[in-house]
Ligand binder design. Structure first.
Ligand code: FES
Length: 100
């Protein structure tokens, strides 16, 4: 489903959106847009205000770091954020939300 304009998300930045009730963090890295759940599995913080370094977002609450390309927590790869497939089309960012 369509979200924000592509021009609203600069390279190397992130933006929080809510789609079908799900909090999602959009990140642009290397010209691609990645979507992950905007809910830290450690203690439930959101990632706005955290630090984005390349494709790694650091949670602002206690510093857990996640790779937005696959959602993996850097210390324990089995701990993952949900990932949402994104594409840029006609100047807009689209996010695929699985049914259910
Ligand atoms: S809530 Fe994210 S690191 Fe603690």
């Amino acid at each position: 489903m369509p979200t924000i304009k592509d021009s609203e998300l600069a390279e190397g930045s992130m933006k929080a959106v809510r789609l079908k009730g799900k909090p999602i963090l959009l990140v642009k890295f290397g010209g691609e847009v990645y979507g992950v759940s905007n809910y830290c599995p450690h203690a439930g913080c959101t990632f706005q205000g955290g630090i984005l370094t390349g494709c790694i977002v650091m949670c602002p609450c206690h510093g857990w770091k996640f790779d937005v390309r696959n959602g993996q927590y850097q210390e324990i790869p089995q701990v993952k954020l949900d990932c949402y497939r994104c594409k840029i089309e006609n100047g807009k960012i689209y996010v695929e939300i699985p049914r259910g």
